[in-house]
Design a protein around this ligand. Structure first.
Ligand code: ADP
Ligand code: MG
Length: 727
């Protein structure tokens, strides 16, 4: 068995970097060449058609059929010129992957002559055989059809000879079955609500978009090592492995070759990303060995999310050529840093203002504060559903581990802004302010940009941190689709902004001056949301205690966290804002818990298999050698010498017996719990059983295996060790 491990290590030593050439010295020469961008579209379409499409993108207006035909035709012409032979609707089903089904452009006419065709109808809507995508009970088997519908706000692109058209994915009965459709709806309500609030400050604003800049963390591992670890290959994380003492043999070999291989890999996926219009800009090593990060320039949130999903696909594809595997799992290795996907989020107006950036003039700052405080309040009021949106089987291991934010949702603002909010709270009351008081307050607000410039303090332990011109939602896991958390955040903020505007209109109707009314409402919001603001160390145990005292929830159990999808508050929030119906929320909840139970089930099976077929036989093999050697000693040495010489060996024999017996007993018990859980037909109870009764065995069994790893002869150990996986 151990031969697989050593063969993998040998292969590793032979690896050479795969040299990658840049298509040109300047990225701008090839940036976006595989995208049917607005610019390209303008070249291909008639003036009218282009105007119609542009309008559809800006306002969400429907594109009429004749225009759609024109667009389809030009899209096809362009795609063929880029080497495409097929087309596909490209969508984000609820399973952390993207889906596609390819059709050829070519058709045959009644005379048997072949030609290339693509119509507006095919562009606008398709009916993929999608019964295998998660639907959470929405699609009954007799009506398993799903529809994909074109999202003109995200441009089509060509990958590997296929034209990909971003689409939403809905059921026959109209319920959404993907991440994109609710995200688009949430962006729409946020636009409406934010424009309404902007108008109190600047009448010229007619559109607000949400911006997203994600930072994608990932691990790389050599393909051969990955294949020698069935747990990684089947569950994307290591279910066993003793932490590595550094400086093992072979290390220096790795050090010299790996960074170069990685660099060539990064170069290649970045080139491919740039061709697809993904503005990847930053790359760097992360804290953990073999962990890296890449980040683009931020974009409109829907496009940014498409680009994130696309890039993750691309990274997998390109990795093959470099003989790497990319791990997006949030915690592939115990004891070292996990991977997140920080979502940098803000809102921007069509007048060119970033609403999370303090401006130069007091009025602009007043607007900034309004949006900031509304956001803090939205996060406070919706922290449970925000947590639910980022929770997963993988992320549960990362959250609250000592290098990632805990499952307590809090907001970091920085010293100066916090002071500002505290002052606002103190100085504003329901009594009429004097003109002097108002001027003084406005003057102070006007000073924000200066104080922020000097005080760019960062708190990397906060799950939701203000970073000077945006919020950074750091609790998001690396494997997930940003569409989930972004939909919740956008909806929560939109909801709050609408309520803010309603309250404001009411006060104004009562005769209170606008500015004063705004101050009063903001003051109340500051008071209401105070408990969610935390400036200290989010990783500390003190914070867990303090948060409890403040009444903040800290739900570490995924099945518990997911229940928030069904709370009345959540249902009301999404219904009011027309983003998700109760039925859709129920289906999303079902998908989440089903997926969670399945993942634990798979992990538990894999661990059971590896324990019984790899680890125990290896340990027994070694134990037998020890027993033979102890017996051998007896024949050679005197009784006294024998006792002394065999004592340690006997001790090891005993330890192996203890660990192997514990493992097999526990595997048996775990299998029993799994069987019990599988018999439960109620899915909620089933997932609870998996979490409470099956998953604790994973840690338990691992403990004994990791002990054995330290005892058993290295030559016999079947699985690549942490020091080998992590270089
Ligand atoms: P850091 O590691 O310091 O957090 P990075 O440069 O790695 O910073 O990532 C910051 C991300 O935030 C980038 O993707 C950047 O484009 C994005 N960003 C900057 N401004 C905004 C904004 N207004 N809205 C959304 N994202 C933004
Ligand atoms: Mg960051």
């Amino acid at each position: 068995m151990a031969k697989f491990r050593f063969r993998a290590l040998e292969e590793l030593l032979k690896r050479e970097p795969v040299k990658v050439e840049f298509p040109s010295n300047k990225v701008s020469d090839y940036f976006g060449i595989n995208v049917f961008s607005l610019e390209t579209m303008q070249r291909f379409l008639s003036k009218d058609a282009f105007k119609n499409v542009k309008q559809a993108i800006d306002t969400g207006k429907r594109i009429d059929r004749t225009i759609a035909d024109q667009v389809a035709n030009s899209m096809k012409e362009w795609a063929i010129s880029r080497g495409a032979t097929h087309y596909t609707h490209w969508f984000h089903p609820l399973n952390d992957a993207t889906a596609e089904k390819h059709d050829a452009f070519f058709e045959i006419d009644s005379n048997g002559k072949s030609f290339e065709a693509f119509s507006g109808e095919l562009l606008a809507q398709q009916e993929p055989d999608a019964s295998s995508f998660p639907h959470g009970g929405i699609r009954n088997t007799f009506e398993a059809r799903g529809y994909t519908a074109w999202d003109p706000s995200s441009p089509a692109f060509v990958i590997d000879k296929t034209l990909c058209i971003p689409t939403i994915f809905i059921s026959y009965t109209g319920e959404t079955l993907d991440y994109k459709a609710p995200l688009l709806k949430s962006l729409h309500v946020l636009d409406k609500a934010a424009v309404r609030v902007c108008k109190y400050f600047n009448k010229d604003v007619t559109k607000v978009i949400s911006t997203l800049g994600w930072e994608q963390e990932y691990f790389l591992i050599d393909e051969a090592l990955y294949n020698a670890r069935p747990d990684l290959a089947l569950t994307n994380r290591t279910l066993m492995g003793h932490s590595s003492a550094k400086d093992q043999q072979l290390d220096d070999h790795y050090f010299s070759s790996i960074p170069l291989r990685v660099l060539e890999y990064m170069k290649e996926f970045e080139i491919e990303a740039h061709k697809l219009g993904i503005p990847v800009k930053t790359r760097h090593n992360e804290v953990a060995p073999n962990q890296f990060e890449c980040a683009p320039i931020f974009e409109e949130a829907n496009l940014a999310n498409d680009h994130n999903q696309l890039l993750m696909d691309l990274m997998h594809k390109v990795a093959k050529r470099h003989k790497f595997k990319v791990l997006f799992h949030e915690k592939p290795y115990a004891g070292i840093n996990g991977s997140g996907k920080h979502n940098n989020w803000s809102m921007a107006t069509d007048t060119g203002v970033n609403l999370m950036k303090p401006g130069k003039k007091p009025e602009a700052n007043f607007q900034f504060l309004t949006f900031l405080i509304n956001t803090v309040k939205a996060v406070k009021d919706n922290s449970d559903i925000l947590r639910a949106s980022i929770m997963s089987a993988g992320n549960q291991h990362r959250l609250g581990a000592n290098e990632a934010p805990p499952a307590i949702i809090s907001v970091f603002l920085g010293k100066e802004l916090s002071k500002m909010l505290n002052e606002l709270e103190e100085r504003v009351s329901n009594k009429k302010m004097t003109a002097d008081e108002k001027t003084a307050l406005k003057l102070d607000i006007g000073k924000i940009p200066e104080i922020l410039l000097d005080n760019t303090d960062r708190n990397r332990t906060s799950p939701f941190a203000f970073t000077g011109n945006r919020f950074e939602f750091r609790a998001v896991g690396s494997a997930g689709n940003c569409g989930g958390p972004m939909t919740v955040l956008n909806t929560a903020v939109a909801d709050r902004l609408t309520k803010f505007a309603n309250e404001l209109d009411e006060l104004i109707a009562k005769g209170i001056k606008k500015d004063e009314a705004i101050f009063q409402i903001l003051r109340n919001y500051i008071t209401d949301s105070k408990s969610v603001r935390f400036e200290g160390n989010g990783y500390s145990n003190e914070w867990i205690k303090e948060a409890k005292g403040r009444g903040l929830s800290n739900i570490t159990s995924p099945p518990e966290a997911f229940k928030e999808y069904l709370s009345e508050k959540t249902i009301e929030l999404f219904k009011q804002n027309k983003v998700l119906t109760k039925r859709e929320l129920e289906s999303r909840y079902e998908i989440k818990i089903e997926e969670f139970a399945k993942k634990i089930q798979i992990e538990s099976r894999v661990l059971g298999d590896l324990s019984m077929n790899h680890i125990i036989p290896t340990a027994i093999d070694y134990q037998k050698r020890l027993i033979d050697s102890v017996n051998g000693l007896k024949n050679i040495f005197s009784e006294e010498e024998y006792q002394e010489l065999s004592a340690r060996r006997k001790d090891v024999i005993r330890k192996i017996a203890h660990h192997t017996t514990s493992i097999s007993k526990k595997v048996q018990a775990m299998t029993g719990e799994r069987k019990k859980a599988n018999k439960i037909s109620d899915y909620v109870k089933k997932v609870d059983a998996y979490y409470a009764n099956v998953s604790p065995f994973l840690e338990d069994i691992r403990y004994h295996i990791d002990k054995l790893e330290l005892i058993v002869d290295n030559e016999l150990w079947p699985l690549p060790k942490y020091r080998e996986l992590l270089f």
